[in-house]
Structure formats: structure tokens, C-alpha cells
Design a protein around this ligand. Structure first.
Ligand SMILES: [Zn+2]
Ligand SMILES: [Zn+2]
Length: 271
């Protein structure tokens, strides 16, 4: 299996050295990993929410992050693997595109995950910001989140859409049939040519299931959207966590391949 989503302590809410993440991947028999720490946030988000300084590395650390990953990649290659890819997880809420584009252009990235963690500047996945759910009708929030996620895919900035139904993290799920929402997103992703990650962090959160859900994954398969896998590890112990469940979910949905990215070019490999 491959694990194309993990963080580093530079983001302010993850722990462990890069070497420890690599050693954990080696011990788990993972062939390829990608470091995908949070891309620095734009000034307007940082000004709006004092917590935001703990969501991503400061912009002045981006060059050092890239140097760290390239150094550990060389070290890992000289010690029997795993292959280490240079990635980033970029926030792609509306209005953030030029900021993201400017930072992405600076570095030779292998993979860019595009994620939506904010709706109107509200970090809806932050446990300390759960009070914000009381301001929303859950169905309206989901519609708005999926609109933003589709717009994120359409920017062309991301290779992979991260944790595609993150909005369910705390268990706020609308009543009724969600298939039309999933089908709308799946056809937009297919048209945009983005890959969707099966992210195992949801297994460790209150929603207690993979991102995306089984129903969403079926819609993605029906639209022929390609997929990859990631643990979203924030500690070395989480590297590779849940990948066996991800593989089972993918096989159940009819997938037999996952996509890996090098120099931002995708290649399908056997699951
Ligand atoms: Zn994320
Ligand atoms: Zn992440």
C-alpha cells in the first residue's frame, strides 16, 4: 500500500521527526509515502482566527520544510526505503487560489492535495470550533461545503482532493438521500481530472468511518474517478493506520488500482 498523506511538526499540531515517520513506514512495509504538510495560510485567515497559527506552518518555513523532505528522501533511499515524495496539503477555499498558486510555483512538488477545511473562514474541522455548527442547518452546510469542494477541484491546482467528506467529521450528517450530492461531486471531479484520496483519519474521529463514505466511494467509482490512499498521520504511530480498511473499502467499491504522483504526474498501480 501507499500512504500519500502525512504531516510534520512544522504545522504546529503534529508530532515527531521526519525520520520517525519514515521509520514507521518502513516497519509497516509501506512502499511509498508522501509528506503533505499544510501549505502556509493567507494573511486574511491568520488575521481572522488566532487559532489559525496552529493550522499550518508559517510562510517563512516553507523552504525549510521542502529541504527537510528532500533530505529525508535521500536518507531513506540510501537505507532501503520507503520512497519519499514531496507533497503539500493546500487549503482551496474560494478566494485562496492566487495565494496557493504563488506558493506552489516555488517548489518541485510531487503531489498537491487540495482540501477544504474552512467555510467562510470558519475552521469547521477544529474540535475547538464546534460551536460554529449551531449557526448552520446541516443540509445547507453540506451543500455549501460540496460547492466549495467542487470549486477547489476546478481550480486545477490540486492533483488529489483530500478527505472529500470531511464535513461529516463530528457526525453532523443531513437526513435523507445523500446520493445526489455525491453524484454531483463525483461527476465534477471526473470532469476536472482530479483523484480522490481514501483518507483513514475518519476512522479515528467521531464519524468513525473512512473519508469518503462507502456511498460516496460507489458514486466516485461509477463516475470513473481515480483514487489514492492516505493516513493523514499527525504522529509517526499513525503512519499506515487504517490502510487495510481502505483497501477493503476500495475493493468493495470495485476499484483495483490506486494512483501515485511523481513530479505531479499520476501513475496507476495495482491495489
Ligand atoms: Zn486536511
Ligand atoms: Zn492532512
Amino acid at each position: 500500500m501507499i500512504d500519500l498523506h502525512m504531516h510534520t511538526s512544522r504545522c504546529g499540531h503534529a508530532e515527531g521527526t521526519l525520520e520517525a515517520y519514515v521509520a514507521a513506514a518502513r516497519a509497516a512495509g509501506i512502499a511509498t509515502i508522501a509528506f503533505t504538510d499544510h501549505l502556509p495560510l493567507p494573511a486574511e485567515i491568520l488575521a481572522r482566527d488566532p487559532h489559525a497559527a496552529e493550522y499550518a506552518m508559517p510562510e517563512e518555513q516553507l523552504d525549510a520544510y521542502v529541504a527537510d523532505v528532500l533530505a529525508v528522501r535521500a536518507l531513506s533511499a540510501a537505507s532501503g526505503g520507503p520512497e519519499v515524495l514531496l507533497g503539500i496539503e493546500a487549503d482551496l477555499h474560494p478566494g485562496n487560489e492566487s495565494h496557493v498558486r504563488r506558493l506552489l510555483e516555488r517548489h518541485p512538488l510531487d503531489i498537491v492535495l487540495g482540501s477544504v477545511h474552512f467555510v467562510d473562514g470558519w475552521a469547521f474541522d477544529d474540535p475547538d470550533r464546534r460551536d460554529g455548527y449551531s449557526d448552520w442547518d446541516v443540509r445547507a452546510l453540506w451543500e455549501r461545503y460540496f460547492d466549495d469542494l467542487i470549486a477547489a477541484a476546478q481550480t486545477g491546482l490540486a492533483n488529489v482532493i483530500g478527505h472529500a467528506d470531511l464535513v461529516k467529521k463530528f457526525g453532523y450528517v443531513p437526513e435523507g438521500d445523500l446520493a445526489p450530492l455525491y453524484e454531483r461531486a463525483a461527476s465534477a471531479f471526473a470532469a476536472a481530472g482530479v483523484v480522490v484520496e481514501v483518507n483513514t483519519a475518519g476512522l479515528r474521529k467521531p464519524c468513525a468511518e473512512l473519508y469518503p463514505s462507502a456511498g460516496f466511494l460507489r458514486a466516485l467509482r461509477a463516475a470513473d474517478v481515480h483514487v489514492t490512499t492516505g493516513s493523514d498521520a499527525h504522529t509517526p504511530a499513525e503512519v499506515g493506520a487504517g490502510l487495510a480498511e481502505a483497501r477493503e473499502a476500495l475493493l468493495a467499491a470495485g476499484y483495483d488500482r490506486v494512483t501515485i504522483f511523481r513530479n505531479r504526474i499520476g501513475e496507476e498501480i495495482s491495489l
